[in-house]
Design a protein around this ligand. Structure first.
Ligand code: BGC
Ligand code: BGC
Length: 848
């Protein structure tokens, strides 16, 4: 949950009066602000679907033939075989023997998941697993089924889990090209590389229209503008699948998925997996255009989104999945769930969730060992009638229809397909050339003082910054590993860093390029190119509370200023997954180019920054922002919301054009502390995103009801002023009870001198020894003694612990995994209530 800003409260309050909705968080996005007034609660399951949801126009020639074959198959299937078709386990939690026994309809590898868990797996290793799984699926000796299985993967910027694959720029960079035709080539190349590893199906494109750049998945979005998202969806789907209208996919194409249906880019506060509060027409107009166009291009599957719409998880929304998508739009492929997303529906667990299939989900993505109980429970739920036979048959029919349509029954096993293990496909020169072209076209220039760029290649350049020679950093999340972290340049055979691209260009023309991460040099260079920016992240790990670059730790700014103060012309190349407030960095640069997350072909950057030997521009600077660039860290700006961006949607300077900005940009961050509201942790109830867990000698125990008793502690809710407004923690053995989250929270808004964690506490012994801690990742933690802030009493008392004391103890507030932990080694009982972080308090105690 993001801190919210008071400025929009009156608007929201007015909206609440009109809409009659329950209290919700304020939001500064115009999506919500503009539409809140008309905001509706989600329609009921049987509401009439408004006419603006269009019918899909895509048609397949041989559909009667396909339907007849599907009917024949279905007629012979047992209940267990049917349920197996709608289960999708993950390669870390399922074996070839499980496949033989159950015959799953599909399976996946998640981000950073490889055959045998081997990051360096070769093409042969991928093919070998694909082949064994396929053979086991068509082997009827145990399950009586010969239906081939399908392997799905996240090839979201090229075949990104595979060593040596071509990595294309992430979607946000592609959006800046505004070039659907090149998108199609990228998709065609990606499909081939995926086929070369025996995989049939890609969980892409992401067609989110990201409207709040604090969202950690903004870089997976092509644009804040639904028009670009729609155009691209069409291009990507047709590039991935080829022409499917003849009812067949060839061996060079794959099944595609438009994801995540729907509204993932419009959650309140930009929260990953958060709550979208848009009214239905806005949901359609802004967030659903990728589906309209992607499905019209023939996408055969749709992935349900983790997010909620007006508080209800989409995985459980019959209205959206069935009434809108299947009935009104007429989608006849299948809906796959997201990573145990069904388990997040109210009343569901990962192991049991009839609600999802009843709402219209067709395939459960169940990547943990939950697949087995889920399989058994689903079989039982069909037997008991909780899931109707009709609904199950419809789900299976959809899966089989797609398998038929894409020719899976006719293809040989993965090892025997046209592109299998073809080393000249994966990372081929041809594909790298497409990626390099995309890098060139995606660069956006925000500043070019005195036409400093393009540079002549015969000069002596210093190449600085920690992203200059770091292929992992220039590639972002979803790169070999899920988060894109933990990679070395040697993990990218065939790839080029931005530095090495510059080095090649310059040395070929008689100049020199010197790599110096910290910007130090012996001989003064003619110019410095500084490559810096965001470190890789994926999903919720990238959520921010505001858009200031390197908030509280401006090391890159210091580097730029150091170079500039020595009279060296400074060119910034900014690596980022989103627009960030970088006014100070822009002011400290003579030229500023946004390179987004370019991927494996770093030379594309040098291609544009330098002229050729003769001084001619071979590759123009041509990218245009497909996202508005904020004028303040707290500004959530979109092209059509009437606010003034620092650089408007569509901005991007060309070579030779006069830079219209001559005065320095405002460096007033304006992150006014008065605007930040309290961050509630436990106020009557545990507040999102936190959950309560106990760590003791037996391990980690997550609290799922209102009492829990484990070796180290008993935890229960109890009453103080109102029902269950208090937590009672009884320590019996060494233990920590803490509020933790799945993804880290950015709590830098709560680092002012007057910010404090505040709570009401009652101790069973006045002199109890309790430690208060915060945790920010592996080996990142800080703690203080409660006694230093509390009175020695057994009465209820208010305690305030300045956040600065925890910072001094070693906590990094940009990535907080556990916001508050209580530890004790001797038996003691502690009651706590009303726990929140106050951004500014009077009379904050001093740190001991
Ligand atoms: C993501 C999806 C992805 C899936 C499988 C989820 O967490 O939201 O985009 O396809 O994992 O890796
Ligand atoms: C897994 C990834 C997966 C992701 C999806 C992670 O826990 O390690 O493989 O893609 O979850 O959210």
């Amino acid at each position: 949950m993001k801190p919210v800003f008071k400025q929009s409260l009156s608007l929201i309050a007015a909206a609440l009066l009109i809409s009659g909705c329950q209290q919700k968080e304020a939001d500064t996005t115009t999506d919500t602000a503009a539409t809140a007034a008309a905001s509706t609660m989600p329609p009921s399951a049987d509401a009439k679907v408004p006419d603006y949801w269009p019918e899909i126009t895509f048609e397949v020639e041989n559909s009667d033939e396909v339907e007849a074959k599907v009917d024949a198959l279905l007629a012979d299937m047992t209940l267990e075989q049917k349920v197996a078709q709608i289960m999708q386990p993950e390669i870390r939690d399922v074996t070839v023997e499980d496949m033989r026994k159950y015959g799953f309809g599909s399976y996946l590898n998640g981000g950073g998941s490889f055959p045998d868990g081997n990051k360096q797996a070769t093409l042969e290793d991928w093919i070998s697993l694909a082949d064994k799984m396929y053979e086991a699926s068509v082997d009827d000796s145990l399950d009586g089924s010969t239906i081939p299985t399908m392997w799905g993967t996240d090839a979201v910027h090229g075949h990104n889990n595979v060593i040596g694959a071509t990595l294309f720029p992430h979607n946000i960079g592609l959006g800046a090209m505004h070039e659907p035709q090149l998108m199609k080539e990228i998709a065609t190349a990606t499909a081939k590389e995926v086929r070369a590893t025996g995989i049939d199906w890609i969980f892409a494109p992401t067609v989110a229209t990201a409207r709040d750049d604090r969202w950690g998945r903004t870089y997976e979005s092509y644009s804040e503008d639904p028009e670009i998202v729609g155009q691209y969806a069409r291009a990507i789907v047709s590039g991935l699948q080829g022409d499917l209208s003849d009812g067949n996919i060839d061996e060079e194409h794959v099944v595609s998925t438009v994801k995540h249906f729907v509204g993932d880019g419009g959650t309140d506060g930009g929260d990953d997996q958060g709550n979208n509060l848009a009214d239905e027409e806005t949901l359609y107009r802004i967030h659903a255009q990728g589906y309209v166009h992607g499905l019209n291009a023939g996408a055969q599957s749709v992935m349900a989104s983790f997010n909620s719409w007006h508080g209800k998880k989409i995985h459980g929304s019959k209205y959206l999945l069935t009434n809108v998508l299947k009935e009104k739009m007429g989608f006849d492929g299948f809906v796959v769930g997201d990573w145990n997303g069904h388990g997040q529906i109210e009343g569901c667990t990962n192991e049991s969730c009839p609600q999802a299939i009843n709402a219209g989900l067709d395939v459960y993505m169940v990547p943990t060992d939950a697949w087995k109980p889920l399989f058994e429970n689903t079989v039982a739920q069909v037997k008991s009638g909780e899931i109707s036979q009709e609904r199950l048959d419809d789900a299976v029919r959809r899966v089989l229809r797609v398998k038929m349509r894409v020719g899976l029954f006719d293809l040989p096993s993965p090892a025997n397909r046209a592109l299998s293990a073809k080393a000249d496909v994966v990372g081929s020169d041809e594909h790298r050339a497409v990626a390099r072209e995309a890098v060139r076209k995606s660069l956006v220039m925000l500043k070019n003082q005195d036409n400093l760029l393009p540079l002549s290649p015969d000069m002596n350049v210093l190449v600085a910054g920690d992203a200059a020679d770091n292929i992992g950093k220039q590639s972002g999340g979803w790169t070999i590993t899920w988060q894109g972290t933990g990679n070395k340049n040697s993990d990218f055979p065939g790839a080029t860093s931005i530095y090495s691209g510059i080095e090649q260009a310059v040395s070929a023309a008689g100049g020199t390029a010197t790599l110096s991460e910290d910007g130090s040099f012996e001989e003064k260079p003619d110019a410095a190119i500084v490559v810096f920016g965001e470190n890789p992240y994926a999903e919720g790990n990238g959520d921010l509370s505001n858009l200031e670059y390197q908030r509280g730790d401006k090391t890159d700014l210091a580097l730029l200023r150091k170079l500039k103060s020595q009279g060296i012309p400074v060119i910034s190349v900014f690596i980022t997954g989103r627009p960030l407030w970088t006014n100070p960095e822009i002011n400290a640069s003579d030229a500023f180019v946004v390179a987004w997350l370019p991927g494996s072909e770093g030379q594309g950057v040098a291609d544009v920054l330098f002229t050729d030997k003769n001084g001619d521009v071979d590759y123009p600077m041509q990218g245009k922002l497909s996202f508005s660039w904020p004028a303040k860290p707290t500004q959530i700006v979109n092209k059509d919301d009437g606010q003034k961006a620092q650089f408007a949607y569509g901005y991007g300077l060309r070579y030779g054009e006069d830079d219209p900005i001559t005065a320095p940009l405002s460096e007033e961050a304006g992150a006014d502390e008065d605007l930040v509201l309290a961050h509630d942790i436990f106020v009557r109830d545990i507040q999102k995103p936190w959950h309560l867990e106990v760590l003791d000698a037996d391990g980690q125990h997550v609290m799922t009801s209102n009492t829990m008793s484990v070796k180290g502690a008993d935890v229960r809710t109890t009453d103080r002023n109102v029902q269950e407004d208090t937590l009672e923690l009884t320590f019996k053995d060494k233990a920590t009870v803490r509020f933790a989250a799945q993804f880290p929270e950015d709590l830098r808004d709560y680092l002012s001198d007057s910010a404090a964690i505040q709570m009401a506490v009652q101790l069973s012994q006045a002199d109890a020894d309790v430690q208060i801690s915060m945790m920010c990742g592996e080996d990142c933690e800080g703690s203080v003694a409660l006694q230093d802030f509390a009175q020695q009493t057994t009465q209820w008392q208010d305690v305030a612990i300045p956040t600065q004391c925890l910072k001094d103890a070693g906590v990094a507030f940009d990535e907080v995994f556990s916001v508050l932990g209580f530890s004790a080694s001797a038996p003691v009982t502690l009651k706590v209530s009303d726990i929140r972080i106050e951004p500014s308090m009077q009379d904050v105690p001093t740190c001991p």
